[in-house]
Design a protein around this ligand. Structure first.
Ligand code: CA
Ligand code: CA
Ligand code: CA
Length: 823
């Protein structure tokens, strides 16, 4: 061996060795191939406290399986347990460490975490300048959380003893006096202690100093060791279905300085490369539409030229390669690299799959009729299940009994866990906690919870009215009896379902206007311990009127009231702009309901007139929504608006909606704006590989995607020469599987081949879905990770569906089908 080759070999050995170690990268996280360790790239925020998205996180072979690394005050913190505020974050490149300051204001308690790369591991040290406050001694500890669905049934080893992560929560608990429980968010209580004055505290599954998790799965294996403190392994699901497994060490009392240290070494599979994610429409494609798969590639995965092909699955069981083409590079987008495979040329009706390298997709259809049924699950199943104040049944299954029979009480002055507020005055004739009659009728559950958000319910009725007026869908698959308070799925009753949904929404909204005098901001839970309810909505409250003269849990002699303060509250602080918004919808509803339910139409008309008049007086000459819109409208038509894309996007839909009401010159005047919008549509082709607006917020961006889709559809319907039919498929592709992370359809049960399997519906504890739900979609985690769990439903930001969003989907789907010609 000559000197040069020796030099090369040594250099290679050093490079390989360096690649084996975790290093701090330019995006300020620790990285080696297959492992990312994030240190407060995402910090805790107080919105709903503890969204399982923050602190020290590990993205392990492409999946974010560990998070929540922080000083916490509970063995297994729940949502609404206190989270620390990050007071500082310092990246020290010289010694490869990240230091964060954490603070609990409620306890005047500060700590620092210093995370340092040490070869293949990170060391986490907790530093204290002052000892743990006396009140938190034995409670404050370093916690980190492991995703149950990625660890259950896998083995672990602790100080040589073996165990297996339980599939279901079955470990031991104890109870302790409430006085020992660290304060929860704003002083709320997540639990009903049934008068015992004690809280439940989980006991550890195991304790020791060296823990290896997933000894049987190299992609999930992690070793956690500590010489100076004891590690405890808990199951957070003992208190809450959305809990994770927790590894925890209690901070030593009375100490300052570096008080404890952990070493965490996530295993990395050598030369691991993530399998390509071939994004395509699981619903399939019509023969004449553009068909482009987007393939998401690991940055270590070289692009394989000429290797994508379309396979046809023949009726005799054989497979034929019918098309082969070079993939076209799109380039990097956040952490992955993207190429596209265009198979538009294939038009023949049939069953196909896509092959790229060694990856082959499941099958999908090319056929004239693939989109025929895309809204059916939403209209026939998701919407009726969310009808409040009704008994809802389907075949042998009862989805829920009649909820909230005792009605709603006037909310007293309060701050609220679901971000509502009741001001110092009620703005009504009712005293705090007095029953407001007549509100337990109609309306729709907000989302994965069971309250009536008035703003959302107004949107819902508006979306149904729009759908009705544009398409007059006569579909009748739902039996609705307001008299019996009974809904049955898949039983036609001779009335179009959409009209019945409009009626159901209006029954609650009009009752609010009549009984309260104006619109409530929300009808919601009074206590946190039934807000997180999972199960039959009829069992959220006891159905008995709350009587404070009775003791808690005591029932009156006549069986009609109880001392349990579980009745729902109406939040009634007056908001004239909400009243105006409601009035607008009441006018449209009166128009639509006339001839169908004349009494309700008259009530809506009467309340609309009154609310409009009173709101204008209250707003005292302030400009109205409608006037502002007219002004914006005028700006556009006269060319004085600022003309940026954002404004085009916001205003165009309103104007497109006005076209049928105005003369032909109006439509012509919109042309320049639609041309600008056509450029805006194309601009997404360079912004990301998927050609739709991708949101980066804490709630993934499906609402923006749906709005975009609806506007593109209408721009095409009215201006096909400017916005071509090819553009309308963008959003359908995205929703039905052509997106990052995985290629499952975001619409529950829709996507003939592979819809997502779990959603954050009110049945999420069953790891299930409510058909027709639309997930928020791809949740962005800073600095470069998109995610949509399909084995863990409990992250609302990626898996919840809302009543406003899902009815928006009905408009998108209806207009889309109208264009495709399958309505
Ligand atoms: Ca809600
Ligand atoms: Ca019906
Ligand atoms: Ca009650």
């Amino acid at each position: 061996m000559n000197r040069l080759s020796l030099f090369i070999l040594l250099t290679m050995a050093m490079v390989c060795h360096a690649q084996d170690n975790l290093r701090l990268n330019d995006l300020e996280y620790f990285e080696r191939q297959g492992v990312n360790v994030l240190v407060y790239s995402n910090s805790f925020n107080g919105g709903f406290n503890d969204e399982k998205n923050s602190g020290i996180e590990i993205i392990h072979h492409g999946v974010r399986t560990v998070q929540g690394g922080a000083v916490r005050l509970n063995n297994t913190p729940e949502q609404w347990d206190l989270v620390p505020t990050m007071t500082s974050r310092k990246v020290n490149r010289e010694n490869g460490s990240i230091e964060v300051g954490l603070r609990y204001n409620d306890y005047d308690f500060d700590s620092r975490l210093v995370v340092t790369a040490k070869g293949k591991a990170v060391e986490i040290a907790v530093w204290l300048d002052k000892p743990v406050p006396e009140k938190l001694a034995g409670e404050a500890g370093l916690n980190i959380e492991l995703l149950p669905s990625q660890y259950w049934l896998k083995t672990y080893q602790i100080d040589g003893r073996l165990g297996r992560f339980p599939r279901y929560a079955t470990s031991l608990t104890t109870t302790r006096p409430n006085s020992e429980k660290p304060r929860q968010f704003k002083g709320f209580k997540t639990y009903d202690d049934r008068g015992t004055n004690r809280f439940v505290d989980p006991l550890p599954l195991e304790t020791g100093h060296s823990l290896t998790v997933a000894t049987d799965a190299p992609d999930r294996m992690i070793r956690i060791t500590s010489d100076d403190v004891e590690l405890k392994l808990f199951d957070g699901r003992m208190l809450a279905q959305n809990g994770w497994y927790v590894v925890r060490s209690v901070l030593p009392a009375g100490k300052t300085g570096k008080v404890m240290t952990w070493t965490i070494e996530p295993n990395a599979i050598p030369d691991w490369i993530r399998e390509p994610n071939i994004g395509f429409s699981q619903v399939g494609y019509t023969p004449d539409q553009p068909k482009v798969a987007v393939i998401e590639l690991d940055k270590h995965d070289p692009v394989q030229t000429g290797s994508a092909s379309l396979l046809r699955l023949n009726p005799d069981g054989t497979t034929t390669e019918v098309y082969k083409a070079e993939v076209k590079p799109w380039g990097p987008y956040y952490k992955y690299n993207y190429v596209k495979f265009d198979f538009t040329h294939v038009r023949k009706s049939g069953v196909y799959s896509i092959q790229y390298g060694n990856t082959r997709t499941n099958d999908f259809l090319i056929d004239e009729h693939v989109y025929d049924k895309i809204t059916d699950a939403t209209t026939d199943v998701w919407v009726p299940i969310h009808m409040n104040h009704m008994y809802v049944t389907e075949g042998y299954r009862t989805w829920h009994g009649e909820p909230f029979k005792e009605g709603y009480l006037q909310a007293p002055e309060s701050d609220h866990f679901d971000l509502h507020r009741q001001g110092a005055t009620t703005d009504t004739k009712y005293k705090p906690l007095e029953l407001i009659p007549g509100l337990n009728i109609g309306g729709f559950f907000d989302a994965g919870d069971f309250d009536i958000e008035t703003g959302s319910n107004i949107n819902v009725v508006q979306n149904f009215i729009r759908t009705w007026e544009l398409f007059h869908p006569q579909r009748d698959e739902t039996f609705v009896s307001q008299e019996q308070r009974y809904v049955e799925l898949h039983r036609p009753d001779g009335k179009p379902d959409i009209m019945q949904f409009i009626e159901h929404g209006m029954l609650n909204l009009v009752a609010q206007a009549e009984q309260i005098g104006h619109m409530a901001s929300t009808l919601s839970n009074s206590v946190l311990d039934n807000y997180h309810h999972l199960g039959d909505a009829a069992s959220i409250t006891d159905g008995l009127h709350y009587d404070p003269s009775l003791k808690p849990y005591e029932v009156s002699a006549d069986g009609k009231s109880s001392g349990t303060p579980d009745d729902m509250w109406a939040f009634t602080t007056r908001n004239p702009s909400l009243d105006l918004q409601a009035a607008g919808v009441f006018y449209s509803a009166a128009r639509v309901l006339r001839g169908y339910n004349d009494t309700l139409a008259e009530r809506a008309q009467k309340q609309a007139d009154r609310l409009t008049k009173e709101a204008r007086e209250l707003m005292n000459g302030a400009r109205f929504r409608r006037d502002r819109q007219a002004e914006a409208d005028n700006d556009w038509l006269t060319g004085t608006g600022d003309g940026n894309y954002r404004n085009v996007a916001r205003n165009l839909q309103t104007m497109l909606d006005s076209i049928p009401l105005k003369d032909a010159t109006y439509r012509e005047k919109l042309r320049p704006m639609v041309r600008q919008y056509a450029e805006y549509i194309k601009s997404f082709d360079t912004q990301n590989p998927y050609g739709v607006p991708i949101g980066l917020g804490n709630w993934a961006g499906v609402n923006a995607v749906l709005n975009f889709g609806i506007t593109v559809n209408y721009a095409h319907i009215y201006f096909p020469d400017i916005v071509s039919k090819d553009e309308v498929y963008r959003v359908a592709n995205w929703l039905f599987g052509c997106h990052p992370y995985h290629n499952y359809s975001f619409v529950a049960a829709v996507g003939a081949a592979r819809p997502k399997q779990v959603f954050y519906g009110n049945n999420r504890a069953d790891f299930s879905f409510i058909p027709g739900n639309v997930a928020p979609g791809l949740l962005f985690r800073k600095p470069d990770h998109f995610e949509n769990y399909d084995d863990w439903p409990f992250l609302w930001g990626q898996n919840e569906g809302t009543i406003a969003g899902n009815t928006q989907y009905i408009i998108f789907g209806s207009s889309f089908k109208n264009i495709i010609g399958t309505f």
